[in-house]
Design a protein around this ligand. Structure first.
Ligand code: HEC
Length: 122
C-alpha cells in the first residue's frame, strides 16, 4: 500500500523538474551567432580565443568542453605545463577565461563530462 500512496507525489516532482529544465533551456537560447569556420560562439573575446587557441588543435576541443573558470584555467595550466602552450599576457588570459567561463559553462550539453585535470595525461 505504501508504494501506491507515493506515486502522485513523485509524478508532481517529476513535472516540476521537467518544467525547470524547460525554463533553463529557454534561458540558454544563444545570444550570439556561431562562427561558421571555427564553431566558436561569437561573444566578446572570441577572436582572441580563435587566435590563441586554435593553432595546435581545432576549436572543437573547446566547443565540446565545458567548465567553470577554475576548470578552464586548469586546462590552460595543463597545456602550458605539458603541451607547449605559451604564457599568455595577463589581460589576454583574463579575456579568454571570461569568454570560456561565460560561453562554455558547466552543464552545457557537450560531448561528455569534463575529465578532471588530475585524470589528464601529463
Ligand atoms: C601549443 C599548442 C596548444 C595551444 C596553443 C592550445 N592548446 Fe589546447 N591542447 C593542446 C594539446 C596538445 C591538447 C591535447 C590534445 C589531445 O588530447 O590529443 C590540448 C587539449 C585541449 C583541450 C581538451 C581537453 C580535454 O580533456 O578534452 C581543450 C579544451 C583545450 N586544449 C583548450 C585550449 C584553449 C582554451 C586554448 C587557448 C588558451 C588552447 N587549448 C591552446 C595544445 C594546445
Amino acid at each position: 500500500m505504501s508504494g501506491h500512496a507515493a506515486k502522485p507525489f513523485r509524478l508532481a516532482a517529476l513535472m516540476l523538474v521537467m518544467m525547470q529544465t524547460t525554463l533553463l533551456l529557454a534561458a540558454e537560447q544563444p545570444e550570439y551567432p556561431t562562427d561558421q569556420q571555427s564553431g566558436l560562439i561569437m561573444a566578446p573575446g572570441w577572436q582572441l580565443v580563435a587566435g590563441q587557441c586554435t593553432g595546435c588543435h581545432s576549436a572543437r576541443f573547446i566547443t565540446s568542453q565545458s567548465g567553470d573558470r577554475e576548470t578552464w584555467e586548469s586546462m590552460i595550466r595543463w597545456m602550458q605545463k605539458t603541451q607547449g602552450l605559451w604564457q599568455l599576457p595577463a589581460e589576454v588570459e583574463t579575456t579568454i577565461l571570461d569568454y570560456l567561463a561565460d560561453n562554455y559553462p558547466p552543464g552545457k550539453p557537450s560531448r561528455r563530462a569534463n575529465l578532471p585535470v588530475y585524470l589528464l595525461p601529463n
